[in-house]
Design a protein around this ligand. Structure first.
Ligand SMILES: Nc1ncnc2c1ncn2[C@@H]1O[C@H](COP(=O)(O)OP(=O)(O)OP(=O)(O)O)[C@@H](O)[C@H]1O
Ligand SMILES: O=C(O)C1=C[C@@H](O)[C@@H](O)[C@H](O)C1
Ligand SMILES: [Mg+2]
Length: 182
């Protein structure tokens, strides 16, 4: 049996990048722009475990969180025509990187450290990975994850633009790529 390869237009779009760069906020808007279903992997994990992410870390432990994250990314990255926002740590798992890069269009939302650290106050309360760490530790974590995010198909550097402006830019660049390559 011949298996037809997915066209670029059919592929799901996956957003990756460090915690708090805007994957959930921007992913949701891109999905609206493209009339696609939006899947946020952290939200799906919360639904599965019936508790918020910090409680999953506290009560079940990070390994249980990472296992569920892998299972859910595997499920959704194999589907077409979705917009999927991963959690900030998901791309540290090789299996997650492979399934996304092989089946989807992976968009990296990149943000320089100096801009990112201005956003930290928005994130501390519900990002367990940041809690109890000094700014120096968080900076080290930030840079240690860059190698994994370097595997992507397309990148946008996040500056001072609003989520709507960034989502519109991404939507237009996707539509241009679809026209160019098909
Ligand atoms: N372009 C932007 N300008 C200003 N604030 C933003 C922008 N994008 C996102 N934010 C804010 O930053 C915070 C983090 O955004 P969001 O939850 O979308 O990040 P995330 O990448 O999904 O994080 P995580 O990896 O933890 O899932 C939110 O409070 C959101 O409102
Ligand atoms: O960067 C991380 O390791 C995480 C980011 C969030 O999206 C959540 O997936 C969780 O808080 C872990
Ligand atoms: Mg998110």
């Amino acid at each position: 049996m011949m298996i037809k390869e997915k066209s670029l237009r059919e592929k799901s779009i996956v957003f990756i990048g460090f915690m708090g760069v805007g994957k959930t906020t921007i992913g949701r808007l891109v999905a609206q722009n493209l009339y696609r279903s939006f899947i946020d992997i952290d939200e799906q994990i919360e639904k599965k475990f019936q508790m918020p992410v910090p409680d999953v870390f506290k009560l079940l432990g990070e390994p249980a969180f990472r296992e569920k994250e892998k299972e859910l990314v595997n499920k959704y990255a194999n589907q077409s025509l979705k917009v999927i926002s991963l959690g900030g740590g998901a791309f540290m798992q090789e299996e997650i990187r492979d399934v996304c890069l092989n089946n989807c269009t992976v968009f990296y939302l990149d943000m320089p450290w100096d801009s990112w650290k201005e956003r930290i106050h928005l994130l501390m309360a519900d990002r367990p990975v940041l809690q109890g760490r000094s700014l120096e530790d968080i900076e080290e974590l930030f840079y240690s994850r860059q190698a994994a995010y370097a595997s992507h198909h397309s990148k946008v550097t996040i500056g001072k633009d609003s989520p709507e402006e960034i989502a519109d830019y991404i939507t237009n660049s996707l539509k241009t790529a679809w026209k160019l390559y098909e």
